[in-house]
Design a protein around this ligand. Structure first.
Ligand code: GDP
Length: 706
């Protein structure tokens, strides 16, 4: 049947795309075995017509090479593909050799071999359609002094490839007694009747013609498919063709056909190509080899025929296996995924749609009042810091009580102080601060959306894509927004006018803030008290107070290191807690005092100098509302408009491979896609096999009728 092997090879490459668990779905291949230097690489290369295999004394194959040869009559060039590595159309065979060498060397020598096959497809108008496997130089490895686990690993790998229906190509060099051929020994173990082994005898030029003929007509180790003799290398120099060399070839017996000069190697130029040399050699001595199969050309045609027959025999069993696998896969697909079709692209687009519509909802969430509260919360903290540094720390409880604001000098002092405090607030860089806060808030909310849609993986691909897009869109507006905001709050750096309403609101807010801080301090204080015990706390704080009084009296500053050195009766931890309790107590008293002042003495903006809490709060309120106006227009509207557009753009730039990777990030989706793909591939393979079988039946019927 014309082109059967080609079609079967196509089916095989379809089956290869299905994961390796389907290893029972293999079609027959020719598995090449031979000990090192037997000429194995030379045989494979003579079939391909290219040098591409790594050589060298320590270059033992460590991974099986699954070699698929595809005859492409319409192509001019010979090209190589490594489909699993997605490398295609390599024209430079030195490159192929280098890739194979690197892959080989990547297997650590401690592991000896790897079961993971290298898939290599060579397409050429001059190669036959064949599928071959170059098996690791296992024989000598196995023979070497290896640990038992390694030996069994090697044997397992070999048994897998040497099993029926594969054909074994056992390479033996002519200059080694066949009884010692490691390849034949290995093939006899799995094919004792010699039914699916072809013997290849290399280096025929290295023995005398008689010996060569004897080897090829071997009766001692009969193989049903016989032996083929080849010569894959012309002699190195004319020296090999001297009379001495001739004696080695012909022994004492001179060739019976013609005179020795005509038939000797001298007749063939040493610079001839290996195939020319081989042709010439067998032509010259054709009488010697009349009953034998010789030459690489013969080997090729034999392999094509044998593979075609075994492929043909494998058609029906393979169809049966594929059908079984397909039934099983279809069942699982129905049960697990209800036959729902899904492509990586449709999945990815649906995820992106979810994220886009969630971002629309986010826009509603980022209302002006929400923005304001984000910013205000941060500025509140800044206000508290300024108060603590400029007022509460330095002057303790004294300022603002009224009793101390006695003279005009004092008035000027407190007024200047308030101006300074206010300018530290207006000059903190509200532009950048507010833009950064809002940017971070958007990214955080987006992260929550992603947690919901893509799970919690922090370095997921979809998450990265969405985050990078958001960061990019936000960044493009960051500096201009920050500048705009900064420009707009500029007037507040010079003058702030407060209406009564502003003042009252701000006073209420300050009271609420201080009450909150008071609550937190009180809570922490009572926690300390209950964990240490009231009386113990009393003891440690009075000890610490006493010590501080002493160090103050001898002139150490209040900023002296904390008094937490372990001492009799008090552990280091206890002293630290005591120290904290003292600070909390002071803070509580201060806050109580400030609350009283705020409630009683801060009635209007005229009292600003004595009520910095209220004034600064009012300033921060003004800063916030102005900033929010611009953030809304400059940053948010732009972001929510451009983010979905940019996201679509980035997704459209992904290639199919990337899309699949993105989709498979979710293990359930990965399984869905894999199972669906498996089903499709099995269906495709089955269709192809069925059409071959139908053709074969019709063809036979047609022949019978004829
Ligand atoms: P491998 O280690 O089994 O792959 O063997 P190679 O194909 O690398 O061959 C080992 C050596 O034998 C190389 O130096 C080849 O050039 C040489 N060789 C291979 N075939 C022949 C042959 O038919 N005749 C001669 N004289 N040498 C050969």
């Amino acid at each position: 049947m014309v082109n059967l092997t080609k079609q079967m090879i196509e089916i095989r490459s379809i089956l290869n795309k299905i994961d390796s668990s389907s290893s029972n779905l293999t079609l027959p291949s020719i598995v090449v075995i031979g000990s090192q230097s037997s000429g194995k690489s030379s045989v494979l290369e003579s079939i391909v017509g290219k040098e591409f295999l790594p050589k060298g004394s320590n270059m033992v194959t460590r991974r099986p090479i699954e070699l698929t040869l595809v005859n492409t009559p319409n192509n001019r060039e010979t090209t190589a593909d490594f489909p699993t590595m997605r490398m295609y159309n390599i024209k430079d065979f030195l490159e192929v050799k280098k890739i194979l060498t690197d892959l080989n060397l990547a297997v650590p020598s401690s592991e000896c071999i790897s079961e993971d096959p290298i898939q290599l497809t060579i397409k050429s108008p001059t190669v036959p359609d064949l599928s071959m496997v170059d098996l690791p130089g296992y024989i000598q490895i196995e023979a070497a002094d290896q640990p038992i686990e390694l030996k069994s690993k090697i044997r397992q790998l070999c048994n897998k490839y040497l099993a029926a229906p594969n054909i074994i190509l056992a390479i033996s060099p002519a200059d080694v007694d066949l009884a010692n051929s490691t390849a034949l020994k290995a093939s006899r173990q799995v094919d004792p009747a010699g039914e699916r082994t072809i013997g290849v005898v290399t280096k025929l030029d290295m023995v005398s013609l008689d010996e060569a003929r004897k080897i090829l007509t071997n009766k001692k180790y009969p193989l049903k498919m016989g032996y083929v003799g080849v010569i894959n290398r012309p002699p190195i120099s004319r020296a090999t063709t001297t009379a001495a060399a001739a004696r080695r070839f012909f022994g004492n017996e001179q060739p019976t056909t013609g005179d020795s000069k005509k038939n000797s190697l001298v007749n063939v130029s040493s610079s001839a190509s290996p195939s020319d040399y081989e042709n010439q050699y067998f032509k010259t001595y054709k009488d010697y080899f009349s009953k034998c199969e010789v030459s690489s050309r013969k080997l090729r045609s034999k392999l094509i025929k044998i593979l075609e027959v075994s492929m043909s025999n494998a058609l029906e069993p393979t169809e049966h296996l594929i059908q079984q696998d397909l039934d099983d896969t279809s069942y699982r697909f129905k049960v697990e995924f209800n036959d729902r079709q899904l492509t990586p692209k449709s999945y990815l687009l649906s995820q992106i749609d979810i994220i886009k519509s969630a971002s629309k909802e986010l826009q509603e969430q980022f209302s002006r009042s929400e923005l304001k509260s984000i910013l205000k919360a941060d500025l509140d903290q800044k206000v508290l810091e300024i108060l603590a540094n400029r007022y509460w720390k330095e002057t303790g409880l004294s300022y603002g009580s009224g009793a101390t604001v006695a003279s005009e000098v004092d008035d000027v002092y407190w007024h200047k102080k308030l101006e300074l405090a206010s300018s530290s607030l207006t000059k903190i860089g509200v532009g950048r601060l507010s833009t950064t806060l809002v940017t971070n808030a958007i990214l955080k909310e987006l992260d929550n959306v992603l947690d919901f849609t893509t799970g919690n993986e922090t370095d997921g691909l979809i998450r990265q894509l969405v985050n990078n897009t958001a960061i990019n869109v936000l960044n493009s507006k960051y500096y201009s927004t920050a500048d705009q905001v900064e420009n707009c709050i500029k007037p507040f750096k010079y003058e702030i006018e407060l209406e009564d309403r502003d003042w009252n609101e701000s006073r209420d807010h300050s009271i609420a803030l201080i009450k909150e801080e008071y609550r937190q301090c009180a809570e922490r204080f009572s926690m300390l008290k209950s964990s240490i015990g009231s009386s113990k706390l009393q003891q440690v704080t009075s000890y610490l107070n006493k010590k501080r009084a002493i160090s103050n009296s001898i002139g150490t500053t209040a900023d002296a290191p904390l008094l937490t050195e372990e001492t009799l009766g008090f552990s280091k931890l206890l002293l630290e807690r005591g120290q904290e309790a003292i600070q909390l107590d002071n803070r509580i008293k201060l806050l109580q005092f400030r609350l009283k002042i705020l409630k009683k003495k801060c009635q209007s903006s005229k009292d600003s100098d004595r009520c910095p809490e209220v004034f600064l709060n009012a300033v921060s309120d003004k800063l916030t509302s102005t900033a929010v106006l611009f953030l809304n227009v400059e940053l948010l509207s732009d972001f929510f408009y451009n983010f979905p557009i940019e996201l679509d753009k980035r997704v459209s730039l992904l290639n199919n491979e990337q899309i699949e990777m993105y989709a498979k990030e979710d293990s359930r989706i990965a399984r869905h896609i894999e199972l669906q793909k498996r089903k499709e591939l099995l269906e495709l393979a089955l269709n192809k096999i069925d059409s071959i079988l139908v053709f074969r039946k019709t063809y036979r019927g047609y022949q019978i009728h004829k």
